[in-house]
Every structure is written in structure tokens, then in C-alpha cells.
Design a protein around this ligand. Structure first.
Ligand code: CDP
Ligand code: CDP
Length: 221
């Protein structure tokens, strides 16, 4: 049977998942899904509509009616470019809170599966290999030390001209790692069928090449 290949890249915040996944997708001419953006979009709509995040059915309702488009590097919500808005500290935190709600995850599942299109898909998030694409052709757990990830996020924000504080970034990373790893549903955890890729001392290019090498090796089997 013909199965469309999927490369899943899961891991903690600012480990380089998005950057590496997009570059691998580009090299292979595969589609790309940023699953975290979906949770961030739900959070943004909740903030803007003053929806109580403790009200699970209202949040799940937002998730099922999300009118989002991924247009190259920008993310549109009802046609508005919200690529920067969804990266705010407030959105990051709320995304991680609502991501613990089973009804929200269920509401986003079909939407994520629909990205699996020929000739292939590269996707990044927390549960891409464990829950959304359990039959993926290659599963990576991409990580780096918390200090290195905070440095990367700090540099990324400063380069965008956004005011950033190293201490608060590190704290946000610890808080989100803890919440994402300890929730009951689809926690962030290295699964036995994933390949660990620690990029603490790797450049982006080296990480991309390692994923491509693992992909080529998986294809030969
Ligand atoms: O998607 P995720 O939050 O895991 O991370 P990202 O936004 O792709 O990467 C965070 C920052 O780290 C970006 O500015 C990357 O360019 C940078 N990075 C790096 O400096 N070295 C790596 N090996 C990987 C990413
Ligand atoms: O880029 P970064 O790793 O900081 O965050 P993200 O991948 O955009 O994800 C934002 C939040 O959404 C995470 O902290 C998770 O709580 C949640 N998320 C999830 O639960 N499952 C996914 N597949 C992707 C993101």
C-alpha cells in the first residue's frame, strides 16, 4: 500500500523544531505543519474574545471553528496576519494551558491529519509522533539544554526588535516544559520509537543534515 511519508519533530520550546522542520521540508519539497501554531491560534482567539480558558467546551468550540490559513511563512486568522501576535508571551502561556484540555486536542486532530499530502509532510510539535502521526516514517525528539534554548529565544526576539528579558524567558521555558511534560493527555515525552537529537552544540545546518541523514537511512529500510 502507498503511505505518504511523515517526519515528526517533537520537543521542548525553542529547541529549533520549527526552523529545522521547515528547512527539512524545503529540502525534500514536502509540506510543513506547525502544530503549535494551531494551539497558539486558539489561545489568541480566546484572549481576543475574552473567553474563560477554564471553560473547556467554549475553548474546544473555538478550536473547531478556527478559520486559519498557512500561507508560506505567515499565519492568517480570518485573513489577518497574526504570525507575530501568536508568539507573544501571553499567547505561549495560554496555548500551553489549553493544550492540556482533551476536547481541544480532539477538535484539532482532523485538521492536523489533513496536512498529510503527497509527496510527504514534515511536522513539529509535542505529540506529532505519539498521537497524531503514530505511523510516521521518521520520528525525532529534538532538544537542547534549557539555558541554550533560552539563549536562542532571547536572540530571536532581540533580532526582531522585541524587548526581551533572559531571566523571564528561562522561567517561561521551565514553566512550559513542566506543564507540557506533566499533563495527562499527550504529554511531551521522548517515546521509545523516536531518535534523540540533542542540538545544544549543533548548528541549524548540522541539525538539518542529521535529520536528512536519518530520513535517507529510514527510506532504505
Ligand atoms: O520551534 P522551536 O520553538 O522549537 O524553535 P525555533 O523557533 O525553530 O528556534 C528558536 C531559535 O533558535 C531560532 O532563532 C533558530 O534560528 C535558533 N536555532 C539555533 O540557533 N541553533 C539551532 N541548532 C537551532 C535553532
Ligand atoms: O515554539 P514553541 O516550542 O515554544 O511552542 P509551540 O510549538 O508553538 O507550542 C506552543 C504550545 O502549544 C506548547 O507549549 C504546547 O503546550 C502546545 N502544543 C501541544 O500541546 N502539542 C503540539 N503538538 C504542539 C504544541
Amino acid at each position: 500500500s502507498h503511505i505518504i511519508p511523515v517526519i515528526t519533530i517533537d520537543g521542548p520550546s525553542a529547541s529549533g523544531k520549527g526552523t529545522v522542520a521547515q528547512m527539512v521540508a524545503q529540502k525534500l519539497a514536502y509540506h510543513y505543519l506547525d502544530s503549535g501554531a494551531l494551539y497558539r491560534l486558539v489561545a489568541l482567539v480566546a484572549i481576543r474574545s475574552n473567553t474563560d480558558c477554564a471553560n473547556e467546551s467554549d475553548i474546544a468550540d473555538i478550536a473547531s471553528h478556527l478559520n486559519a490559513t498557512f500561507d508560506g511563512s505567515s499565519i492568517l486568522l480570518n485573513g489577518e496576519d497574526v504570525s507575530d501576535a501568536i508568539r507573544s508571551e501571553q499567547c505561549s502561556k495560554l496555548a500551553s494551558i489549553i493544550a492540556g484540555q482533551p476536547a481541544v486536542r480532539a477538535a484539532l486532530l482532523q485538521r492536523q491529519c489533513a496536512f498529510r499530502q503527497s509527496p510527504g509532510l514534515v511536522t513539529d510539535g509535542r505529540d506529532m509522533g505519539s498521537a497524531v502521526f503514530p505511523d510516521a516514517s521518521l520520528k525525532i525528539f529534538l532538544t537542547a539544554s534549557a539555558e541554550e534554548r533560552a539563549r536562542r529565544r532571547y536572540k530571536q526576539l532581540i533580532e526582531k526588535g522585541i524587548n526581551a528579558n533572559m531571566q523571564s524567558i528561562l522561567q517561561d521555558i521551565y514553566e512550559r516544559d513542566t506543564r507540557d511534560s506533566n499533563r495527562d493527555i499527550s504529554p511531551l515525552k521522548q517515546q521509545v520509537d523516536t531518535k534523540l537529537l540533542d542540538t545544544t552544540f549543533l548548528s541549524i545546518e548540522e541539525a538539518v543534515n542529521e535529520v536528512l541523514r536519518l530520513h535517507n537511512a529510514a527510506c532504505k529500510n
